[in-house]
Structure formats: C-alpha cells, structure tokens
Design a protein around this ligand. Structure first.
Ligand SMILES: [Zn+2]
Length: 427
C-alpha cells in the first residue's frame, strides 16, 4: 500500500543528472501466458532508456560526471530488468518502481493491475501520471453493510477490499416477536425498535468518528431499502454529505466480489458526475471572470499564486513549457531566461506531467477530463480557484515561484492515507 507520505516523497524527488527512473509494470492478463513477452518488453524499454541517457550525456559539458550518472542509471536498469523476470506469475498486481542509485533511492510498490501498460522513463523527476490516474480510480472508500442488528465495515483502497470491523448487536429473544398480542406484545415491539435505533446510532457514531480520523474520505452503504430511512435518521450531517451512494445488500450473504463491484460502480458514477460538475462550474466561473481560469498560461499563474482548488486536465493533453532551473517557475512562453529570477530556463516536454509534483504537494484536487467538446474549446486545461488574487488581473510580472505558494488550506492534513488523493481522477 502506498501512503500519502510516500507519494509526497516521490513528488519532491529531483535528480539534477536526470537519472530518476520510473518503471510501471502492468502484468499480462492471466489467460494470456505472455509473461515472457513482458520481460522482453522491459528489456527493450531499458535498452532504449540507456541509449537516450548515453546520447544526452555525450552532449553534456562535464563528461566524467555524466559518465558516472550513466553508470548508476545502468545499474538501476539492470536491476529492473531482473525484477521484471521475477514478476512471473504475479498476475494479480501491477508494480511501480522509482529509483535513482546516484542518490541511493529505490522504492517498490504493488498497485492494482489497472495500468495502461508497462512503461519505463528516465528523467529529472519521477513520472507520476499513471499513479495519479490510478489513485483517482481507486480512492480510499469505506463500505458499510448494515441491517437492524448487524453491521460490517470494509475498506476499499487501491482495489483491495479489507474487512475492518464487524458489529453484531443481538436482539433480545422476546424482541424477535413471538406474536402474542396485548400490552406485552406491544411493549416487546417497542423494545425491538428501540434496540434497532440504538444499533443504528452506534454504527452512525462509529462512521462519523472514522471519517473524522481520516480512515476514509467517502463511503458507500449497502442495506435493505426498509432499513435506509431509520439508519439515515441517525447519520451525522457530515457523514451524509460524504455518502456517495447506496446499494441493496444482505449483510450476511454478500460476496466480497459483489461488494467490491457495487462500490466501484457507485464510485465511478459519482466521480463522473463530480468531474462534469467541476468542468461546468469552472467554465462558468471563468466566463464571468470570477473563480475560474482556462488555458495553460493562466492556469500556471494561478498554480504559482496558490489559488487553485481543482485542476482539470484533458486526458491526452500535451503541451510544452519551460521551467526555471533556479526557482522552479514554469512558463508557457518558451523564454530562455526566467521572468521571476532571471536564471536560465530549460524545456519541459510535457507540462501536464511537470505540474503533478506541485499538485500533489499542495493537495489540489485533479480530474482528467475525457471527451468534452466545451472543455476542448478552452484549450483542455482549466482550474477552479479558491479565491482570485489581485495579481491574476495584473501583468505576469508579479508571479511568484510555486515553491513559495501557500499550501491549500481548504484541505486539512490528516494521517498518511492514500484516500487524500481521491481527487486525482480519471474522470
Ligand atoms: Zn527562476
């Protein structure tokens, strides 16, 4: 399981020698015995990465230094090729490796096998887009199954369903309703109803506490339709707000696969809805010159001034930019010298990748927008702002480097769970 701290560590990592290596391994489908091909593919990718490094280092000024760099990257690549051969038969998981032996850095993580493919990249920073997309598709979700005297709590994180707590509040024997009429019968029924209410309240309190502690950020409910109104009556408003949806369930007789697939279906629908709403709201705010901006230039400026609440990027958006080697300023104009600090800039091939470390560091909600004509018209990149700073209306001479931008205060920092990244979504 990859934690929030680990993702932040990856987002912060940088290697001046451009030897930060990112390897994503997507296992072949179980039916398809193509493992050998996967291993060969990794070997080919490693060879290509090394060739690029060598051609880069032959252009470098300091030959000896870049030769050392090349050697250290070669060691990492060899280790990754060996690892990919060992991944044989481990069809259930995908794997990500982030390495830079020049700095003694090596991290391996198991991921759900839902990557778009096997990839190997070597650059100044780690390649985080596949991770960002995955975390959006697999947020940390609580799933609660409840009836009048039982409850089960599951936790769905990165595609893995784990049962957390089980509550069983047995009803009293008489309460089961032996059916005798009269005063005693009525009394017993009331007691049963009261016990059920107590039980629902207990579960609702537990749920609020779990949300407060950051055990998960959203939750999904499975119950019989008849139990929904009395349970809903006990929910704290905050917990109601975090409920993404409900499915019909029998607490004792539902398989884990059924629970997972129901939860994933509800989550995907809610995420699509949320992404659509964010696009509409951002575009409307941008049109009225309020809390929305569109286009790379304005989005970069808003990121640097710490105004961005939600970032929207087209699924296959690609654009160049330059980055200042000194202060980290990103500029959509391909200028040779940084307008903030005057130092030399360097080219950034994919600006959507270059902004990810900043997005992660500042806890900005991110959606990858798929096939949206209106969004396409405004340039496939936009941001919803928490506020609009003065400098946004003025010239770009006021820009501050991103490293000085304040953290996003709209999100409290809780413990280190991936669930914080439920906003990183594939839309
Ligand atoms: Zn600069």
């Amino acid at each position: 399981m990859i934690t929030r701290e680990q993702i932040h560590e990856l987002a912060q990592f940088e290697d001046e020698g451009a030897c930060a290596l990112s390897f994503y391994f997507q296992p072949p489908a179980p039916r398809n015995k193509a493992h050998k091909e996967e291993a060969i593919l990794t070997k080919d990718l490693a060879r290509e990465a090394l060739r690029q490094l060598e051609s880069r280092s032959s252009q470098a000024k300091s030959k000896n230094k870049s030769k050392d760099k090349c050697e250290s990257a070669r060691a990492d690549l060899d280790r990754i090729v060996r690892l990919s051969q060992e991944l044989r038969g481990n069809g259930a998981h995908a794997k990500a490796v982030f390495a830079c032996s020049a700095q003694g850095f090596w991290r391996e993580y198991d991921l759900p096998a839902h990557l778009s493919g096997t990839q190997l990249l070597v650059d100044r920073r780690f390649h985080l887009k596949p991770l960002a997309q995955l975390l959006g598709s697999f947020p940390s979700l609580g799933i609660v199954l409840v009836d009048r005297h039982r409850a089960r709590l599951f936790d769905l994180r990165l595609g893995e369903l784990t049962e957390r707590e089980g509550f069983f509040h047995p009803l009293t024997r008489r309460g089961r309703g032996d059916g005798f009429a009269g005063y005693d019968g009525g009394h017993a029924e009331r007691r049963v109803a009261d016990e059920a209410r107590q039980h629902f309240k207990f579960v609702a309190d537990f749920l609020k506490d779990a949300l407060d502690k950051g055990m998960f950020e959203h939750w999904i409910l499975g119950c019989q339709d008849t139990h929904w109104p009395p349970f809903a009556g006990q929910l704290h408003p905050y917990a109601s707000q975090k409920l993404l949806g409900r499915f019909t369930a029998e607490v004792a007789h539902m398989s884990r696969d059924e629970i997972r697939s129901q939860a994933e279906r509800i989550f995907a629908a809610s995420q699509e809805r949320r992404c659509g709403e964010a696009v509409r709201e951002t575009l409307s705010q941008a049109r009225s010159g309020a809390r929305g901006v569109t286009g790379l230039r304005r989005v970069l400026r808003s990121l640097e001034s710490g105004e961005v609440q939600t970032l929207l990027v087209g699924q296959s958006y690609h654009s160049q930019a330059v980055e200042c080697a000194g202060c980290g300023h990103l500029d959509a104009h391909l200028v040779s010298f940084c307008p903030v600090c005057g130092r030399e800039t360097r080219e950034v091939v994919d600006v959507a990748e270059a902004i990810l470390p900043r997005v992660i560091r500042h806890d900005i909600e991110l959606f990858y927008v798929k096939d949206d004509a209106e969004f396409d018209k405004v340039g496939n990149i936009a941001a919803l702002l928490r506020f609009r700073s003065e400098q946004n209306n003025n010239s770009s001479s006021n820009v501050r480097p991103i490293t000085q931008a304040p953290p996003n205060p709209s999100r409290s920092r809780r413990d280190g769970l991936v669930g914080r990244y439920r906003g990183l979504a594939s839309g």
